[in-house]
Design a protein around this ligand. Structure first.
Ligand code: ADP
Ligand code: MG
Length: 597
C-alpha cells in the first residue's frame, strides 16, 4: 500500500540545510576559513569577487584530503570531527556538523583541488548544484583550495535576498577579521577583486590587533584572568579607542566569535566612568569555558551562546576589565583632569555644580579588586593612601567576588565630615579625599547588590491591602515575574481577572508610594530588559532598586548619611552603576590642586 508521505530527495534536503548554514557569501567564507583552520593550515588566503556573490575562494596549506575524502566531504553528515553525539559537547575544533560543504555545494558551483601529505597526486572535483560533474587526478601541492561560484544561482528566491555588493563585502571582511583575530599565529591574506586588502603575518595576538586595526600598541591593555570555571585573555582598548559605533568589539567563546549583550554590558560597566557618553569600548577578548558548561550550538549561523552560570561570567568579566583599567589608570591622567577643569572652569571653585560624569577621575575601584596581584611599580603617596583606606576591608571579600553577602555590620572608615547639599548629594570627607555621592544612585546600588546576593528582603504587611488594575501586557509580565517580585519584599497575588492585590511592601518603601512603585517597576523592567538584553531577574532587580531607593530631595539625618556611605563602600561596585553612570565623584588632593593651577 502506498501513502502520501515521501522522503525528500537528498539534494532537496541539502538545500533546506543550506537555508540554515548558508545565509550569504560571508557564511561560505566563514565555513571555508574554519575548515582551513581545522585542517591545521599555517597560511590561508581568501579571494572574493562581488561581495562573494560570484566568487569565494579559500586556499590553505593544511592537511589536504586523499581522493576518497575529497569525494566524501561533500556528503551531508560527512565529518572527520565527531563520531558520536556526545562529542558535540566536547568539541574543540570549529566544524562539527559535517553539513557545511554539502550545503554550500547544493546552492552553488564548486571546484576543489586538494592533496594530502600521504598521496603523490592530488584530486580535482567539480560539483554543480550538488551534483558531482567531474573527479580527476591532478598535480597539486599539499593543502586544499576550494572555489565557490555563483552562490544561489539555482535558487533565485534566495539570490534576491542578497544585499548590495558593498554590504556583502563588509560581512565577508567581518568574518575574515574574526577568524584572523581568533588565530593570530596563522598568516592570512585577503584579496578583493584581485586586489590585496590585507596581509597578516602569523604572530602574537597583540601584533594581530595592531596589524588589523592600525592602533598603537600603547592603547592596548592586556586583560586576563583564570578561575576554575572560566578564563579570559585578550586586550581591551584604552578609553581613547572607544567609538560611537560598536564595530570593534570582539568576544570569543572557546575560539568562536559570539555576540552577547549581557557580556558586552559587563565590559562596558567595567569601564565605569572612563568612557564618554554613548561611546563603546574596543576589545578583543577570549573566554575559555569547559565545553560542557557552554552551549554554542543553539544555531549554526547565529552567534549566541548559553552559559551554565552566566552571572558568574558577568561578574568575572566586569572585574577583569576594572582590574586591567585599574593598573593602567591608577591615578587620573592629566587629560581627564584638564578636561574636567576646562569644561567647568566657571564652576571650578564649586565642584558640586559640575556634572558628575565630567569627572572621570573616580578612577576604577581597585580596592575591591578580587585578584591580589602585586603592583608593578612603587606606589605614590596617593596609592599608599588608597592602600590605607583598603586595609579594613574583610579579606574574604577581596578574594572572592562571588561571595555574595556584604558584611554591612563592619564599620570601615571613620567619616569625619558628612553633610548633604541640595538634599540630593552627600559630601563626605574620607581621609584626605572629598567624596561627592549621588544619594539616589548610591542607595539604588546598595539595594541592587542586596537583591543579587539573595538575602531575604524584609517585607512589611499593609493594614489595608490594596488592589491595582493592570493592563493585559503588564499583567502577563506580572504573572511571569511574580515569584521574583515577591522575593524582593513585595507580597502580591493575582486578584480577579485583571488586577493584583498588594498585601505587603518592601520595608524600605514608604507605604504612600508603594503601589505606584510596582507599576513603575514593571514599566522600567520592560525598558531595562529590552535595552540591555540582561537577564530578566537582573532587569527586575535594577528596576526595583531604582524605584525603591531614596530620591533626590529627601532630607537625610547624619546617621542615615553615615549608614548610606558605609553600605555603599561595601558594595562590590560602588563608583558607578550598571548603566555606567557615576555614583561617586572623588576629589583627591591631586585633582583639587589642579583646580588651582
Ligand atoms: P565539518 O567541518 O563540520 O566536519 P564540513 O562540511 O565543513 O563539516 O567539512 C567536512 C569534512 O571535510 C571535514 O570534517 C574535513 O574532514 C574535510 N575538510 C573540509 N575542508 C577541509 C580543508 N580545507 N582541508 C582538509 N579537510 C577539509
Ligand atoms: Mg566545517
Amino acid at each position: 500500500m502506498s501513502g502520501i508521505i515521501q522522503l525528500l530527495p537528498e539534494s532537496t534536503a541539502n538545500q533546506i540545510a543550506a537555508g540554515e548554514v548558508v545565509q550569504r557569501p560571508a557564511s561560505v567564507v566563514k565555513e571555508l576559513l574554519e575548515n582551513a583552520v581545522d585542517a591545521g593550515a599555517t597560511i590561508i588566503k581568501l579571494f572574493v569577487k562581488n561581495g562573494g556573490c560570484t566568487h569565494v575562494q579559500v586556499d590553505d596549506n593544511g592537511s589536504g584530503m586523499n581522493a576518497f575524502d575529497a569525494r566524501m566531504c561533500w556528503e551531508r553528515h560527512a565529518t572527520s570531527k565527531i563520531t558520536k553525539a556526545e562529542d558535540l559537547y566536547n568539541l574543540h575544533t570549529l566544524g562539527f556538523r559535517g553539513e557545511a560543504l554539502a550545503s554550500i555545494a547544493s546552492v552553488s558551483e564548486v571546484e576543489m583541488r586538494t592533496k594530502s601529505d600521504s598521496e603523490n597526486v592530488g584530486t580535482r572535483i567539480v560539483i554543480n548544484a550538488g551534483t558531482v560533474e567531474l573527479q580527476e587526478n591532478v598535480a597539486a601541492t599539499q593543502g586544499t583550495s576550494i572555489t565557490v561560484k555563483n552562490l544561489f544561482y539555482n535558487i533565485p528566491a534566495r539570490k534576491n535576498f542578497l544585499k548590495s555588493i558593498s554590504v556583502e563585502t563588509k560581512h565577508v571582511f567581518e568574518e575574515y577579521q574574526r577568524i584572523a583575530l581568533a588565530y593570530p599565529s596563522i598568516s592570512f591574506e585577503f584579496y578583493n577583486q584581485d586586489k590585496n586588502l590585507s596581509k597578516l603575518k602569523g604572530g602574537t595576538l597583540k601584533h594581530r590587533i595592531v596589524d588589523l586595526f592600525k592602533v598603537k600598541e600603547e592603547e592596548l591593555i592586556e586583560a586576563s584572568e583564570q578561575t576554575e570555571i572560566v578564563g579570559f585573555t585578550g586586550f581591551i582598548g584604552s578609553p581613547k579607542l572607544a567609538k560611537r559605533t560598536r564595530g570593534n568589539q570582539f568576544l570569543f567563546a572557546n575560539g568562536r566569535f559570539i555576540k552577547d549583550h549581557y557580556l558586552s554590558h559587563a565590559i562596558n560597566s567595567g569601564y565605569g566612568g572612563l568612557l564618554e557618553e554613548k561611546h563603546h569600548p574596543f576589545y578583543v577578548l577570549f573566554l575559555d569555558v569547559e565545553p560542557g558548561k557552554i552551549d554554542v550550538n543553539i544555531h549554526p549561523t547565529k552567534h549566541e551562546v548559553k552559559f551554565e552560570d552566566g552571572r558568574h561570567v558577568y561578574t568575572l568579566l566586569q572585574s577583569v576589565i576594572k582590574k586591567s583599567l585599574g593598573f593602567h589608570f591608577t591615578i587620573p591622567t592629566d587629560i581627564q583632569l584638564s578636561n574636567a577643569v576646562n569644561h567647568n572652569s566657571s564652576n571650578a571653585l564649586n565642584p558640586l555644580k559640575t556634572h558628575p560624569s565630567s569627572f572621570t577621575t573616580s578612577s576604577p575601584n581597585t580596592r575591591f579588586n578580587p585578584f591580589e596581584t602585586p603592583k608593578p611599580r612603587t606606589p605614590t603617596d596617593w596609592e599608599k593612601l588608597d592602600d590605607l583606606l583598603n586595609t579594613p576591608i574583610p579579606q574574604t571579600q577581596q578574594q572572592n567576588i562571588f561571595k555574595e553577602t556584604p558584611q554591612s555590620q563592619d564599620v570601615l572608615i571613620e567619616i569625619q565630615e558628612i553633610f548633604q547639599v541640595d538634599n540630593a548629594f552627600i559630601i563626605a570627607k574620607i581621609e584626605n579625599e572629598l567624596w561627592v555621592i549621588n544619594q539616589h544612585r548610591a542607595h539604588a546600588q546598595i539595594l541592587y547588590e542586596r537583591y543579587t546576593s539573595n538575602q531575604r528582603i524584609a517585607s512589611q504587611q499593609l493594614l489595608f491591602p490594596r488592589t491595582i488594575e493592570l493592563a493585559k501586557a503588564d499583567l502577563n509580565l506580572y504573572f511571569e515575574m511574580k515569584d521574583e517580585i515577591n522575593k524582593l519584599g513585595f507580597d502580591t497575588s493575582e486578584f480577579g481577572k485583571d488586577a493584583i492585590i498588594i498585601n505587603g511592601l518592601p520595608s524600605e518603601l514608604s507605604k504612600a508610594d508603594g503601589t505606584d512603585v510596582l507599576v513603575q517597576i514593571l514599566d522600567d523592567y520592560k525598558v531595562n530588559f529590552q535595552d540591555l538584553k540582561i537577564v530578566k531577574k537582573d532587569a527586575l532587580r535594577i528596576a526595583t532598586a531604582k524605584n525603591t531607593a531614596i530620591k533626590a530631595g529627601k532630607v537625610l539625618s547624619q546617621a542615615e548619611m553615615q549608614k548610606l556611605v558605609h553600605d555603599l563602600m561595601l558594595c562590590q561596585q560602588y563608583t558607578s552603576n550598571n548603566a555606567g553612570k557615576a555614583i561617586v565623584v572623588k576629589l583627591t588632593k591631586t585633582s583639587l590642586e589642579r583646580f588651582f593651577q
